[in-house]
Design a protein around this ligand. Sequence first.
Ligand SMILES: *Cc1c(COP(=O)(O)O)cnc(C)c1O
Length: 428
Amino acid sequence: MKNSNSAQLFEKAKNYFPGGVNSPVRAFRSVGGTPLFIDKGNGSHVWDADGNEYIDYCGSWGPLILGHANKKVLSAVEKTMYNGTSFGAPTRLENELAELILGNNPFIEKLRFVSSGTEAVMSAIRLARGFTGRNKVLKFEGCYHGHSDSLLVKAGSGLVTFGNTSSAGVPESFVNETIVVSLNNKKAIEEAFVQFNNQIACVIIEPIPANNGLLLQDKEYLQFLRDVCTKNGTLLIFDEVISGFRIGFTGAAGFYNISPDIITYGKIIGGGFPVGMYGAKKEIMSSISPEGNVYQAGTLSGNPVAMSAGIAQLTECLKPNFYKNLEDKTSKLVHGLKSFNIQHSTFNIFQIGSIFWIAFTDKNKIQCAEDIDADSMKHFRVIYHELLEKGIYLGPSGYEVGFMSEAHTDEDIDKTIKAFGEAFSKLN
Ligand SMILES: *Cc1c(COP(=O)(O)O)cnc(C)c1O
């Protein structure tokens, strides 16, 4: 496979950006080799700078649920942009996207648009602290919530720990406000509430943890978190930046029918443009400035071009059977891949809706980060490069999930299954 153009572009990029990239995982460090520079995308396919064509299951890390360059999204964007791209004043498009969301989601009553998932979560945490008058945040090892200071924290050793920072530049004093526990562990939660009862502003979780493998939780555990939070006056935040509009229009809250206090969205909501959002009941949202005293603002928040992309995309998501079709296609792929397990019984595939994750394990369930075998990632590195050769593009890390889009065809799926079969045969 020719990749000299990508290689050359990457060499140049290294002069401009740390590691040659504007977001670390793009550098291909966990799979090795040169990152592909992408020239264009259409439907389920992307083309790199050397003209190689791939079936794409990364989908820009989740946002592109309709595939690349969707005609409805493009024409909405075009129509809006010729009337100006930003005003820093309210526009009717913000109302339209809000109506689309709130009119179809019983879990939130008011919302704020921001410009990324990180910003949504950072603001939601401030809101929880402002609303409760408490400081501490409880999070889970294996959940990712963007790169704000309070959340770049990983577990120490012990059942309930103040985290260790997972990034330089985060002050110890910030880390001391973040408690980190394992997923799927009731005892750790109970223990944390015994130790810090009246200090915990919020528990934040990816209800469908999909940033460190796919660590599907039991509904009963999520309900347990809901009950503990209610009992202790702590707010429950569902970070649905991935799962929102992906696992059905109402995300994980709707899927499990559990009502969190605050929900954050991102990725799909912007139709491929930078949009994030947080929402809650009216009483909680009225703490936000200018109604309340929790400050949060943004020059490009509710940007009209991004809003129209979001409106166009979410309108498609609301059509009958949209999510069922996505799930059926994903099940077809997963079923096909599982059939290879007879020869190579070293992997398992986890799926929910249109999200899938291949884990090199013989475990039937993986529900916490500690259960992922880091050594098994060597298998992913092997199949990753085999799959690229065969025209299949996945996110470049074995900890990343894959996403099906509306644009993927039966032919794509058949081709993908065949390519995986050949790639798996390279494992020993
Ligand atoms: C992607 C993601 C974020 C961060 O969103 P960005 O738009 O990358 O800032 C936060 N939380 C979850 C669950 C995510 O998947």
